[in-house]
Write a protein that binds this ligand. Sequence first.
Ligand code: SIN
Ligand code: MN
Length: 200
Amino acid sequence: MARLVLRGFDIRKGHLDSAAQQQVVVALRPILKAAPLFNPSTASGRKMSVRMTSAGGLGWVSDTAGYRYQETHPKGVPWPDIPNDVLKIWRELTGLERDPDCCLINYYGEGARMGLHQDKDEADFSWPVLSVSLGDDALFRIGNTSRGGKTESIWLNSGDVVIMGGPARLAYHGIDRIRFGSSRLLPKGGRVNLTLRVAT
Ligand code: SIN
Ligand code: MN
C-alpha cells in the first residue's frame, strides 16, 4: 500500500485489496441496472469513448447542451444512492464530515480513453475529488493547472485510489489508454473508475 505524490495528486497504490474491490463491484451491479451506462457526447456533439452513469443526489451528464450536474439519469429516474462501501473509502481517506453528493461511474471498454481536462463543474473547488480504479490498468496523465506544458504519466491499477485536492484540484488530467484484459476483476473486462465529488 505505497503512497506517492505526483504533482500534488495523492496516489494510494493498492488501497483496496482484491476482496474490497470485489465488494465494490458487487455493490455497483444494482446501480448499473437502475441507472444504465450511457454514451455521453461532448458539447460539440462528439460521442465520448467512455460510458458513464452516476450514483448520489447528483449525477454528471454531458450532451449538446453542455456539461452539468443534474438530479436524474437521462432516462428520467433519480440516481441510485452511493453504496456504503464506496462512502467508506471517501470517509477513510478524506477524513471529512461531509459526504460526496456525486459518484460518477466511468466505464472504459477496449480502446476507450479520456482526453486531458479539468474537473471544474463543481461549485466549490476546496473539496477534493477522489478517484477509485477498478479492473484494467490505465495510463493516467497529469498536466498543469493551465493548458499546455509538460505532463507526467503513471499506470493506475485496480484498487488504486487518487486524491485530487489542494493546488492539484484543478490540474489537467486524463486517461491515455487502458491495457484491455489486464485484470480479471470485471467479467467482461475493461475498467471502471469512480470519482467522488461534492458537487454543490
Ligand atoms: C476522470 O478524470 O473523470 C476519470 C479519471 C480516471 O478514469 O481515472
Ligand atoms: Mn476528471
